[in-house]
Write a protein that binds this ligand. Sequence first.
Ligand SMILES: Nc1nc2c(ncn2[C@@H]2O[C@H](COP(=O)(O)OP(=O)(O)OP(=O)(O)O)[C@@H](O)[C@H]2O)c(=O)[nH]1
Ligand SMILES: [Mg+2]
Length: 376
Amino acid sequence: MAANGGPLRPEWAPEDAGAEFACRVLPGVDESAGGESARPPAGPPRPAKPTVDDYVEGILSGNRMLLSKAITLIESNAPKHFETGQEIVQRILPHTGGAIRIGITGVPGAGKSTAIEALGCLLCEMGKKVAVLAVDPSSSISRGSILGDKTRMENLSRTPNAYIRPSPSGGTLGGVTRKSRETLLLCEAAGYDVVVVETVGVGQGEVTVRAMVDFFLLLVLTGAGDDLQGIKKGILELADSIWVNKADGPNRQKALSVRADYDQILHYIRPATEGWRTRAYACSALTGEGIGDIWRVVEEFRKTVTASGFLRERRRSQTLTWVRSMTTEYLQHRIARNAELAEWTAKIEREVAQESIAPTLAARKIIERMEETLFR
Ligand SMILES: Nc1nc2c(ncn2[C@@H]2O[C@H](COP(=O)(O)OP(=O)(O)OP(=O)(O)O)[C@@H](O)[C@H]2O)c(=O)[nH]1
Ligand SMILES: [Mg+2]
Protein backbone atom coordinates (compact mmCIF):
# COMPACT_ATOMS: atom_id res chain seq x y z
CA MET A 1 0.00 0.00 0.00
CA ALA A 2 1.06 3.50 -0.74
CA ALA A 3 2.05 5.98 1.83
CA ASN A 4 -0.43 8.43 3.28
CA GLY A 5 -2.11 10.61 0.66
CA GLY A 6 -0.38 8.87 -2.28
CA PRO A 7 -2.06 6.71 -4.91
CA LEU A 8 -3.38 3.45 -3.47
CA ARG A 9 -2.78 0.12 -5.17
CA PRO A 10 -5.66 -2.30 -4.91
CA GLU A 11 -4.73 -5.60 -3.31
CA TRP A 12 -5.61 -7.56 -6.46
CA ALA A 13 -3.25 -5.49 -8.69
CA PRO A 14 -0.32 -7.51 -10.15
CA GLU A 15 3.01 -6.84 -8.45
CA ASP A 16 4.60 -5.40 -11.56
CA ALA A 17 1.56 -3.29 -12.62
CA GLY A 18 2.08 0.33 -13.51
CA ALA A 19 0.19 3.47 -12.52
CA GLU A 20 -2.97 2.31 -14.39
CA PHE A 21 -3.69 0.04 -11.43
CA ALA A 22 -3.36 2.79 -8.91
CA CYS A 23 -6.32 4.75 -7.73
CA ARG A 24 -6.99 7.53 -5.29
CA VAL A 25 -9.50 6.76 -2.62
CA LEU A 26 -11.14 9.45 -0.55
CA PRO A 27 -10.73 8.90 3.17
CA GLY A 28 -13.80 7.30 4.75
CA VAL A 29 -16.22 9.32 6.81
CA ASP A 30 -15.43 9.02 10.47
CA GLU A 31 -18.82 9.61 12.05
CA SER A 32 -17.45 9.66 15.57
CA ALA A 33 -15.26 12.59 14.63
CA GLY A 34 -18.07 14.68 13.14
CA GLY A 35 -17.79 13.24 9.65
CA GLU A 36 -20.24 15.75 8.09
CA SER A 37 -17.43 18.10 7.18
CA ALA A 38 -15.71 15.34 5.26
CA ARG A 39 -18.53 15.11 2.66
CA PRO A 40 -17.83 16.52 -0.78
CA PRO A 41 -19.12 20.09 -1.07
CA ALA A 42 -22.77 20.39 -2.19
CA GLY A 43 -23.67 22.04 -5.52
CA PRO A 44 -25.15 25.56 -5.77
CA PRO A 45 -28.01 26.01 -3.26
CA ARG A 46 -31.44 25.35 -4.74
CA PRO A 47 -33.75 28.39 -4.62
CA ALA A 48 -36.01 28.13 -1.60
CA LYS A 49 -39.62 27.19 -2.34
CA PRO A 50 -41.90 30.19 -1.82
CA THR A 51 -43.75 30.10 1.49
CA VAL A 52 -47.44 30.98 1.79
CA ASP A 53 -46.30 34.42 2.98
CA ASP A 54 -44.17 34.80 -0.15
CA TYR A 55 -47.11 33.89 -2.35
CA VAL A 56 -49.50 36.25 -0.59
CA GLU A 57 -47.11 39.19 -0.61
CA GLY A 58 -46.14 38.49 -4.22
CA ILE A 59 -49.72 38.31 -5.42
CA LEU A 60 -50.75 41.45 -3.56
CA SER A 61 -47.83 43.36 -5.04
CA GLY A 62 -48.75 42.20 -8.55
CA ASN A 63 -45.85 39.77 -9.05
CA ARG A 64 -46.90 37.79 -12.13
CA MET A 65 -44.46 34.95 -11.54
CA LEU A 66 -45.80 34.23 -8.05
CA LEU A 67 -49.37 34.71 -9.28
CA SER A 68 -48.78 32.09 -11.98
CA LYS A 69 -47.15 29.70 -9.50
CA ALA A 70 -50.03 30.11 -7.07
CA ILE A 71 -52.53 29.37 -9.85
CA THR A 72 -50.52 26.27 -10.71
CA LEU A 73 -50.88 25.12 -7.08
CA ILE A 74 -54.61 25.69 -7.26
CA GLU A 75 -54.82 23.76 -10.50
CA SER A 76 -52.72 20.87 -9.22
CA ASN A 77 -54.50 17.67 -8.30
CA ALA A 78 -51.94 16.81 -5.59
CA PRO A 79 -53.42 17.02 -2.06
CA LYS A 80 -50.35 18.89 -0.72
CA HIS A 81 -50.71 21.60 -3.35
CA PHE A 82 -54.43 21.75 -2.68
CA GLU A 83 -53.81 22.56 0.98
CA THR A 84 -51.25 25.27 0.23
CA GLY A 85 -53.51 26.69 -2.49
CA GLN A 86 -56.38 26.91 -0.01
CA GLU A 87 -54.22 28.71 2.53
CA ILE A 88 -53.29 31.27 -0.11
CA VAL A 89 -56.90 31.78 -1.19
CA GLN A 90 -57.96 32.22 2.42
CA ARG A 91 -55.28 34.85 3.01
CA ILE A 92 -55.95 36.90 -0.14
CA LEU A 93 -59.73 36.80 0.25
CA PRO A 94 -60.00 40.24 1.92
CA HIS A 95 -58.30 41.72 -1.16
CA THR A 96 -60.70 40.28 -3.73
CA GLY A 97 -63.86 41.63 -5.32
CA GLY A 98 -62.33 44.74 -6.86
CA ALA A 99 -62.59 43.73 -10.51
CA ILE A 100 -65.52 43.72 -12.84
CA ARG A 101 -66.02 40.10 -13.93
CA ILE A 102 -67.11 39.67 -17.53
CA GLY A 103 -68.08 36.36 -19.12
CA ILE A 104 -68.09 35.88 -22.88
CA THR A 105 -69.85 33.04 -24.64
CA GLY A 106 -70.89 32.18 -28.19
CA VAL A 107 -70.67 29.35 -30.68
CA PRO A 108 -67.18 28.20 -31.76
CA GLY A 109 -65.85 30.71 -34.26
CA ALA A 110 -68.17 33.52 -33.15
CA GLY A 111 -65.10 35.63 -32.51
CA LYS A 112 -64.86 35.46 -28.73
CA SER A 113 -61.07 35.42 -28.57
CA THR A 114 -60.77 38.14 -31.21
CA ALA A 115 -63.28 40.30 -29.32
CA ILE A 116 -61.52 39.71 -25.99
CA GLU A 117 -58.21 40.67 -27.54
CA ALA A 118 -59.66 43.87 -29.03
CA LEU A 119 -61.43 44.79 -25.80
CA GLY A 120 -58.43 43.83 -23.67
CA CYS A 121 -56.03 45.95 -25.72
CA LEU A 122 -58.41 48.90 -25.53
CA LEU A 123 -58.68 48.58 -21.75
CA CYS A 124 -54.91 48.30 -21.36
CA GLU A 125 -54.53 51.48 -23.42
CA MET A 126 -56.89 53.09 -20.93
CA GLY A 127 -54.43 52.08 -18.20
CA LYS A 128 -56.40 49.14 -16.86
CA LYS A 129 -55.04 45.74 -15.93
CA VAL A 130 -56.85 42.90 -17.68
CA ALA A 131 -56.84 39.18 -16.88
CA VAL A 132 -58.25 36.68 -19.36
CA LEU A 133 -59.23 33.20 -18.22
CA ALA A 134 -60.81 30.34 -20.13
CA VAL A 135 -63.27 27.81 -18.79
CA ASP A 136 -63.94 24.49 -20.42
CA PRO A 137 -66.02 22.29 -18.11
CA SER A 138 -65.78 19.40 -20.56
CA SER A 139 -62.00 19.23 -20.37
CA SER A 140 -60.63 16.32 -18.40
CA ILE A 141 -57.08 16.80 -19.59
CA SER A 142 -55.27 20.11 -20.01
CA ARG A 143 -55.85 21.32 -23.50
CA GLY A 144 -54.80 24.91 -23.18
CA SER A 145 -57.51 25.76 -25.69
CA ILE A 146 -57.27 29.49 -25.23
CA LEU A 147 -53.68 29.47 -26.40
CA GLY A 148 -54.42 27.05 -29.20
CA ASP A 149 -56.69 29.61 -30.82
CA LYS A 150 -55.93 30.83 -34.28
CA THR A 151 -55.61 34.35 -32.92
CA ARG A 152 -53.70 33.39 -29.74
CA MET A 153 -54.44 36.93 -28.58
CA GLU A 154 -50.97 37.82 -29.75
CA ASN A 155 -51.22 41.56 -29.21
CA LEU A 156 -52.84 41.24 -25.83
CA SER A 157 -50.35 38.67 -24.60
CA ARG A 158 -47.53 41.11 -25.37
CA THR A 159 -49.14 43.83 -23.25
CA PRO A 160 -47.57 44.01 -19.79
CA ASN A 161 -50.90 44.91 -18.18
CA ALA A 162 -52.60 41.80 -19.48
CA TYR A 163 -52.49 38.31 -18.00
CA ILE A 164 -53.78 35.35 -20.01
CA ARG A 165 -54.36 31.94 -18.49
CA PRO A 166 -55.58 28.87 -20.39
CA SER A 167 -58.38 26.61 -19.25
CA PRO A 168 -57.55 24.27 -16.34
CA SER A 169 -58.50 20.60 -16.44
CA GLY A 170 -60.82 18.90 -13.94
CA GLY A 171 -59.71 16.43 -11.30
CA THR A 172 -60.24 17.20 -7.64
CA LEU A 173 -63.08 18.66 -5.64
CA GLY A 174 -65.14 21.07 -7.70
CA GLY A 175 -62.86 20.48 -10.71
CA VAL A 176 -62.74 23.13 -13.38
CA THR A 177 -65.25 25.38 -11.63
CA ARG A 178 -63.27 25.59 -8.42
CA LYS A 179 -59.98 26.15 -10.19
CA SER A 180 -61.39 28.89 -12.39
CA ARG A 181 -63.16 30.70 -9.58
CA GLU A 182 -60.12 30.62 -7.33
CA THR A 183 -57.94 31.83 -10.20
CA LEU A 184 -60.35 34.71 -10.66
CA LEU A 185 -59.97 35.61 -6.98
CA LEU A 186 -56.16 35.51 -7.19
CA CYS A 187 -56.23 37.81 -10.23
CA GLU A 188 -58.40 40.28 -8.36
CA ALA A 189 -56.01 40.23 -5.42
CA ALA A 190 -53.16 40.86 -7.87
CA GLY A 191 -54.86 44.10 -8.88
CA TYR A 192 -56.51 43.23 -12.19
CA ASP A 193 -59.35 45.68 -12.82
CA VAL A 194 -61.16 43.56 -15.38
CA VAL A 195 -61.33 39.77 -15.48
CA VAL A 196 -62.69 38.33 -18.71
CA VAL A 197 -63.72 34.67 -18.77
CA GLU A 198 -64.14 32.98 -22.15
CA THR A 199 -66.19 29.82 -22.48
CA VAL A 200 -64.27 27.23 -24.44
CA GLY A 201 -65.60 24.07 -26.02
CA VAL A 202 -69.18 23.00 -26.22
CA GLY A 203 -71.37 21.85 -23.37
CA GLN A 204 -72.17 23.39 -20.03
CA GLY A 205 -69.81 26.30 -20.36
CA GLU A 206 -72.44 29.02 -20.39
CA VAL A 207 -74.05 28.07 -17.11
CA THR A 208 -70.71 27.57 -15.35
CA VAL A 209 -69.36 30.92 -16.48
CA ARG A 210 -72.63 32.79 -15.86
CA ALA A 211 -72.40 31.58 -12.25
CA MET A 212 -69.00 33.22 -11.71
CA VAL A 213 -69.30 36.60 -13.47
CA ASP A 214 -71.11 39.89 -12.97
CA PHE A 215 -71.82 40.62 -16.61
CA PHE A 216 -72.46 37.97 -19.23
CA LEU A 217 -72.03 38.74 -22.90
CA LEU A 218 -73.31 36.58 -25.73
CA LEU A 219 -71.60 36.87 -29.09
CA VAL A 220 -73.70 35.79 -32.08
CA LEU A 221 -73.32 35.67 -35.85
CA THR A 222 -75.55 36.29 -38.79
CA GLY A 223 -76.41 33.02 -40.49
CA ALA A 224 -78.25 31.88 -43.56
CA GLY A 225 -81.86 32.79 -42.89
CA ASP A 226 -82.27 30.77 -39.71
CA ASP A 227 -80.40 33.24 -37.52
CA LEU A 228 -82.54 33.38 -34.46
CA GLN A 229 -83.64 29.76 -34.43
CA GLY A 230 -80.05 28.67 -33.96
CA ILE A 231 -79.83 30.28 -30.54
CA LYS A 232 -81.48 28.56 -27.63
CA LYS A 233 -83.87 30.69 -25.62
CA GLY A 234 -82.15 29.48 -22.48
CA ILE A 235 -78.90 31.18 -23.46
CA LEU A 236 -80.65 34.46 -24.23
CA GLU A 237 -82.02 34.35 -20.70
CA LEU A 238 -78.51 34.19 -19.26
CA ALA A 239 -77.12 37.16 -21.20
CA ASP A 240 -76.76 40.77 -20.04
CA SER A 241 -76.08 41.90 -23.59
CA ILE A 242 -75.97 40.35 -27.04
CA TRP A 243 -73.48 41.38 -29.71
CA VAL A 244 -73.84 40.48 -33.36
CA ASN A 245 -70.19 40.13 -34.34
CA LYS A 246 -68.51 40.35 -37.76
CA ALA A 247 -70.56 43.42 -38.64
CA ASP A 248 -68.01 44.41 -41.28
CA GLY A 249 -67.60 44.37 -45.06
CA PRO A 250 -70.49 42.88 -46.99
CA ASN A 251 -71.88 41.36 -43.76
CA ARG A 252 -72.43 44.72 -42.07
CA GLN A 253 -75.98 45.43 -43.23
CA LYS A 254 -77.10 41.92 -42.45
CA ALA A 255 -75.59 42.18 -38.98
CA LEU A 256 -77.45 45.43 -38.29
CA SER A 257 -80.74 43.87 -39.28
CA VAL A 258 -80.10 40.74 -37.20
CA ARG A 259 -79.28 43.03 -34.27
CA ALA A 260 -82.71 44.64 -34.62
CA ASP A 261 -84.33 41.19 -34.66
CA TYR A 262 -82.60 40.23 -31.43
CA ASP A 263 -83.63 43.48 -29.81
CA GLN A 264 -87.23 42.66 -30.70
CA ILE A 265 -87.03 39.16 -29.26
CA LEU A 266 -85.45 40.42 -26.05
CA HIS A 267 -88.69 42.22 -25.25
CA TYR A 268 -90.21 38.83 -24.58
CA ILE A 269 -87.38 37.44 -22.55
CA ARG A 270 -86.87 37.89 -18.85
CA PRO A 271 -83.63 39.83 -18.29
CA ALA A 272 -80.83 37.94 -16.58
CA THR A 273 -80.22 40.79 -14.16
CA GLU A 274 -82.84 42.46 -12.04
CA GLY A 275 -83.16 46.15 -12.89
CA TRP A 276 -81.23 45.85 -16.16
CA ARG A 277 -82.54 45.65 -19.69
CA THR A 278 -80.66 43.23 -21.94
CA ARG A 279 -80.18 44.70 -25.40
CA ALA A 280 -78.58 43.71 -28.68
CA TYR A 281 -75.74 45.53 -30.45
CA ALA A 282 -73.52 45.01 -33.45
CA CYS A 283 -69.73 45.04 -33.52
CA SER A 284 -66.69 43.92 -35.43
CA ALA A 285 -63.93 42.38 -33.38
CA LEU A 286 -61.79 42.48 -36.50
CA THR A 287 -62.03 46.22 -37.26
CA GLY A 288 -62.64 47.20 -33.64
CA GLU A 289 -65.88 48.99 -34.47
CA GLY A 290 -68.27 48.83 -31.53
CA ILE A 291 -65.69 47.32 -29.16
CA GLY A 292 -65.51 50.56 -27.19
CA ASP A 293 -69.29 50.34 -26.86
CA ILE A 294 -68.94 46.99 -25.11
CA TRP A 295 -66.98 48.70 -22.39
CA ARG A 296 -69.49 51.58 -22.18
CA VAL A 297 -72.33 49.07 -21.69
CA VAL A 298 -70.32 47.23 -19.03
CA GLU A 299 -69.66 50.48 -17.17
CA GLU A 300 -73.31 51.45 -17.33
CA PHE A 301 -74.19 47.98 -16.04
CA ARG A 302 -71.75 48.22 -13.19
CA LYS A 303 -73.11 51.63 -12.17
CA THR A 304 -76.70 50.36 -12.23
CA VAL A 305 -76.18 47.13 -10.29
CA THR A 306 -73.83 48.72 -7.77
CA ALA A 307 -76.36 51.44 -6.99
CA SER A 308 -79.22 48.95 -6.66
CA GLY A 309 -77.16 46.58 -4.47
CA PHE A 310 -77.78 43.76 -6.94
CA LEU A 311 -74.09 43.24 -7.69
CA ARG A 312 -73.32 42.50 -4.05
CA GLU A 313 -76.34 40.26 -3.80
CA ARG A 314 -75.43 38.38 -6.98
CA ARG A 315 -71.87 37.75 -5.82
CA ARG A 316 -73.00 36.62 -2.40
CA SER A 317 -75.49 34.16 -3.83
CA GLN A 318 -73.00 32.93 -6.44
CA THR A 319 -70.53 32.08 -3.68
CA LEU A 320 -73.16 30.34 -1.56
CA THR A 321 -74.35 28.28 -4.52
CA TRP A 322 -70.75 27.35 -5.24
CA VAL A 323 -70.17 26.13 -1.67
CA ARG A 324 -73.41 24.13 -1.71
CA SER A 325 -72.59 22.48 -5.01
CA MET A 326 -69.13 21.47 -3.74
CA THR A 327 -70.74 19.83 -0.70
CA THR A 328 -73.29 17.99 -2.82
CA GLU A 329 -70.65 16.92 -5.29
CA TYR A 330 -68.50 15.51 -2.49
CA LEU A 331 -71.40 13.46 -1.18
CA GLN A 332 -72.24 12.17 -4.65
CA HIS A 333 -68.63 11.08 -5.10
CA ARG A 334 -68.60 9.24 -1.79
CA ILE A 335 -71.83 7.48 -2.62
CA ALA A 336 -70.67 6.54 -6.10
CA ARG A 337 -67.34 5.18 -4.83
CA ASN A 338 -68.83 2.90 -2.18
CA ALA A 339 -69.00 -0.59 -3.68
CA GLU A 340 -71.28 -2.05 -1.03
CA LEU A 341 -73.75 0.78 -1.52
CA ALA A 342 -73.62 0.45 -5.29
CA GLU A 343 -74.46 -3.23 -5.00
CA TRP A 344 -77.35 -2.58 -2.65
CA THR A 345 -78.71 0.22 -4.87
CA ALA A 346 -78.52 -2.01 -7.95
CA LYS A 347 -80.42 -4.75 -6.10
CA ILE A 348 -83.21 -2.37 -5.01
CA GLU A 349 -83.38 -0.88 -8.49
CA ARG A 350 -83.86 -4.34 -9.96
CA GLU A 351 -86.77 -4.82 -7.58
CA VAL A 352 -88.20 -1.48 -8.67
CA ALA A 353 -87.93 -2.56 -12.32
CA GLN A 354 -89.74 -5.79 -11.51
CA GLU A 355 -92.39 -3.76 -9.68
CA SER A 356 -91.87 -5.84 -6.57
CA ILE A 357 -91.21 -2.81 -4.33
CA ALA A 358 -92.98 0.54 -4.13
CA PRO A 359 -90.83 3.53 -5.32
CA THR A 360 -90.93 5.44 -2.05
CA LEU A 361 -90.07 2.38 -0.02
CA ALA A 362 -87.22 1.66 -2.44
CA ALA A 363 -85.79 5.14 -2.00
CA ARG A 364 -86.06 4.79 1.77
CA LYS A 365 -84.19 1.50 1.75
CA ILE A 366 -81.38 3.03 -0.29
CA ILE A 367 -81.18 6.07 1.97
CA GLU A 368 -81.12 3.95 5.13
CA ARG A 369 -78.23 1.92 3.75
CA MET A 370 -76.41 5.14 2.81
CA GLU A 371 -76.72 6.44 6.34
CA GLU A 372 -75.50 3.16 7.78
CA THR A 373 -72.46 2.83 5.54
CA LEU A 374 -71.38 6.46 5.26
CA PHE A 375 -72.43 8.23 8.40
CA ARG A 376 -72.15 5.76 11.23
N1 LIG B 1 -64.76 39.37 -40.58
C1 LIG B 1 -64.61 39.14 -39.29
N2 LIG B 1 -63.97 38.04 -38.84
C2 LIG B 1 -63.85 37.86 -37.51
C3 LIG B 1 -64.35 38.79 -36.58
N3 LIG B 1 -64.09 38.34 -35.34
C4 LIG B 1 -63.44 37.17 -35.48
N4 LIG B 1 -63.28 36.87 -36.79
C5 LIG B 1 -62.62 35.67 -37.35
O1 LIG B 1 -63.38 34.54 -37.00
C6 LIG B 1 -62.51 33.43 -36.71
C7 LIG B 1 -62.80 32.86 -35.33
O2 LIG B 1 -62.48 33.83 -34.36
P1 LIG B 1 -62.12 33.46 -32.86
O3 LIG B 1 -61.91 34.75 -32.15
O4 LIG B 1 -61.05 32.47 -32.80
O5 LIG B 1 -63.49 32.80 -32.41
P2 LIG B 1 -63.82 32.10 -31.02
O6 LIG B 1 -65.25 32.38 -30.74
O7 LIG B 1 -62.85 32.47 -29.98
O8 LIG B 1 -63.67 30.58 -31.40
P3 LIG B 1 -63.43 29.32 -30.43
O9 LIG B 1 -62.46 29.73 -29.36
O10 LIG B 1 -62.92 28.28 -31.34
O11 LIG B 1 -64.76 28.96 -29.87
C8 LIG B 1 -61.09 33.95 -36.85
O12 LIG B 1 -60.63 33.60 -38.12
C9 LIG B 1 -61.25 35.45 -36.74
O13 LIG B 1 -60.27 36.17 -37.46
C10 LIG B 1 -65.01 39.96 -37.10
O14 LIG B 1 -65.47 40.83 -36.37
N5 LIG B 1 -65.11 40.08 -38.43
MG1 LIG C 1 -61.60 31.33 -28.66
